[in-house]
Design a protein around this ligand. Structure first.
Ligand code: FE2
Length: 423
């Protein structure tokens, strides 16, 4: 465990020029001009110091598999699911572990130190579960990996899914997943939610379901998820991921739905990069954006996080593990361009998902883990604009990644200068 003194940092809550004293890997004190000691020091130079980025929704079993065994030609969600089905039989544990470990290294370099990843449990061999449980163990010193048992082919639609899900939980998977809109009927979707929520309640587990990832305005499984969360007393431990059908729902119905979600303590996760590319595919023009109603849910008191969802896999060919890129897209798609709204977008990739994952000792207060990212930006809004390098990534008081400040040197007629895009 490490001791450290960080000088002259700006914090996301608006405090500027503060020092942070770290003792034994935890925050001991935050103040202006802490008296000099013989500790190692980092000068933050008035840059933004934030708690690490958190990705509340990811698929690490598919990451970096782009092009295997072929590329998604239509770019649709359904071809992505079909393609994943083609890839599954040829997966090996070594390849799964190797791709996931490479992605975790990218994540650390981007200051992303906590990830909730779904893992498909519909393959009876549970190869991906074994592989990601192993990855979780290996990365634990530097990255919190939370796993969700995800029945990609449907809990009721796929023959052994519920048994496999139970096995996955016994193997070390943390959270119960689901995909009600992919079941055969609306009634089966609702039944899958009941079964999964009761199982999670009995075991004391959290729930995070892919829910209503559809443009169908009548896909209303979020209502059922909220109902069971409230009925079973699971407030604060249940999450609906995607919720894209809410984009297309009747406004009057949504005015009833939002307070129900709030009352049930259900959190929401939008995945802007993926929602903007996969939804609205059956539309001509006007073409729906498909992302769920982010500012409206935040205004209703619902926790809303942004997830990355995919990086270079059957559903999405881009991405690099940069949660600022995710928040940047979310901000645009949701038209959250006001100052307060942009700060909410920053929270949606830091403090809000930390709460959804139930991360302990996360945050910038005495006693919290000394986990920080120092960015090459003054405040959260500049960070969103520039998506700059992460100068230092610190875990438990130790620097685990360092990136030099990139500066362009221009040679122009009659003028030599440097450009770093700070204003
Ligand atoms: Fe997903």
């Amino acid at each position: 465990m490490n001791d450290l003194l960080i000088r002259n940092a700006n914090l996301a809550d608006g405090r500027t020029g503060v020092d942070i004293l770290v003792r034994q890997g935890r925050i001991a004190h935050i103040d202006r001009q802490i008296v000099a000691t013989d500790l190692p020091e980092i000068d933050a130079q008035g840059n933004l110091l934030t708690s690490p980025f958190v990705d509340a929704h990811f698929h690490m079993d598919a990451v970096l598999s782009y092009g295997l065994p072929r590329v998604n030609q239509s770019g649709t969600l359904l071809e992505g699911i079909a393609l994943w089905g083609e890839l599954k039989p040829s997966l090996t544990q070594e390849a799964l572990i190797s791709r996931a470990m490479q992605y975790c290294e990218w994540a650390v370099a981007k200051g992303l130190l906590a990830i909730r990843s779904h893992v498909d449990i519909c393959d009876d061999r549970l190869l991906a579960v074994e592989a990601l449980v192993e990855v979780k163990r290996r990365v634990a010193p530097y990255l919190d990996l939370q796993l969700v048992a995800f029945p990609q082919d449907g809990l009721l639609r796929s023959k052994n899914a519920f048994n496999n899900l139970k096995k996955a939980i016994a193997m070390g998977v943390d959270v119960v997943g689901g995909i009600p809109h992919f079941e055969r009927t609306m009634a089966d979707g609702a039944e899958s939610i009941r079964i999964l929520c009761e199982f999670a309640a009995e075991k004391g587990l959290r729930v995070d379901m892919h829910c209503d990832e559809s443009d169908d305005p009548l896909s209303r499984h979020i209502e059922t998820l909220a109902f069971h969360s409230q009925r079973l007393g699971m407030q604060g431990r249940v999450t609906g991921s995607h919720l894209t059908s809410m984009h297309s729902m009747d406004n009057y119905y949504v005015s009833k739905l939002l307070p129900l979600i709030r009352e049930a303590g259900v959190a929401a996760i939008a995945n802007p990069l993926i929602n903007i590319t996969l939804q609205g595919r059956h539309d001509t023009y006007p073409k729906r954006r498909g992302m769920t109603r982010v500012p409206e849910m935040i205004a209703a008191g619902i926790d809303v996080a942004f997830g990355h969802d995919c990086v270079m896999d059957p559903w999405y060919s881009l991405g690099s593990g940069d949660m600022l890129e995710v928040a940047h897209m979310g901000l645009h798609v949701a038209q959250m361009t006001g100052q307060a709204a942009m700060r909410q977008c920053f929270d949606a990739v830091t403090s809000t998902p930390a709460r959804i994952l139930g991360l302990e000792n996360y945050g910038l207060a005495p006693g919290c883990h000394a986990d920080f990212v120092i960015l090459d930006a003054r405040d959260p809004i500049e960070a969103l604009r520039l998506r700059p390098v992460r100068r230092y990534v610190i875990r438990r008081g130790a620097v685990i990644s360092e990136t030099p400040q990139p500066v362009a040197t221009l040679s122009l007629p009659g003028r030599q200068c440097q450009v770093n895009f700070r204003h």
